[in-house]
Design a protein around this ligand. Sequence first.
Ligand code: BGC
Ligand code: CA
Length: 315
Amino acid sequence: MISCADAKNDQENDLDSEVKLERTDVVLEQKFRALLGEGAFWNHQRQELYWVDILGKSLNIYNPSNKSNRKFPLPYRVGTVVPQTDSSAVVALDNGIYMLNTFNRNLRQISFVESDILTNRFNDGKCDPNGNLWVGSMHLEEKEPAASLYKVTPDGTTTKMLDNITISNGIVWSKDGKTMYYIDTPTAKIRAFDFNLENSTISNERVVVEVDEDDGFPDGMAIDEQDKLWVGLWNGNAVARYDPENGKLMEKIEVPAHNVTSCAFGGENLDILYITTARVDMTEEELEKYPLAGSIFSVKPGVRGVKSSFFGTSE
Ligand code: BGC
Ligand code: CA
């Protein structure tokens, strides 16, 4: 007979072999009322969580050790953030890509990409292993495939890498850097590409996961040290772990918010998953049921993440 303790150990040690649905051990990390909390990024150098409120137009830097949050109001909607140094971060605003000085709060535009397309805005983005920002746009009405995915080098040179996108969203690289995973939310699919580490280009597109419509829509994404994908589920009240090798849903962790937008592994041991959520697109009933929507949640999922690349560095 297996005792409860053994069963628990098995569970903790053996995330791969079992599908454990509907775990409920998420905790409230810090209460916020973000309209559209997004873009979670763990700054492993400073041990801080960078995140944005896209519609609330702010970058936020949250320090879990003392639960403090520094807020940087921005003049436009902000799709994502990736730090560059202790005092600078790249942000994707409505009309292009900017460097924000987090000491004196100055903004400097480095790319005017899509500044002429008023029907789109920027959404999620992360850096590849060579330190280039891959950031995508989305159609404001979320209907037309009128958006694109771009690569922005540290000097601001911007290249369109994919078009025909509707809501550009989660993007991550495998541990060896040779595979890029990418989500265009309304397709409900996670695509993979071969990533060429020499010249930071992609090829060999294929679909690796099809998200069941009953689970919600795939939004932001993180990757763990076993190269499994953790995905926030918009309209799905959960984050889910998918295996890109076979397309299977491995695990689902319930979050007390209707729209779960992104997640990032953080903490000294990269063993805490920080989760952003939104307050928009909820009915009155849902807002009553999930009063903490817009907050940051956290969970120890039993597996570690990997460090995310900064802008302009390949470490
Ligand atoms: C976007 C939202 C969108 C959601 C679901 C988010 O990343 O910022 O505007 O509604 O994804 O597709
Ligand atoms: Ca997102």
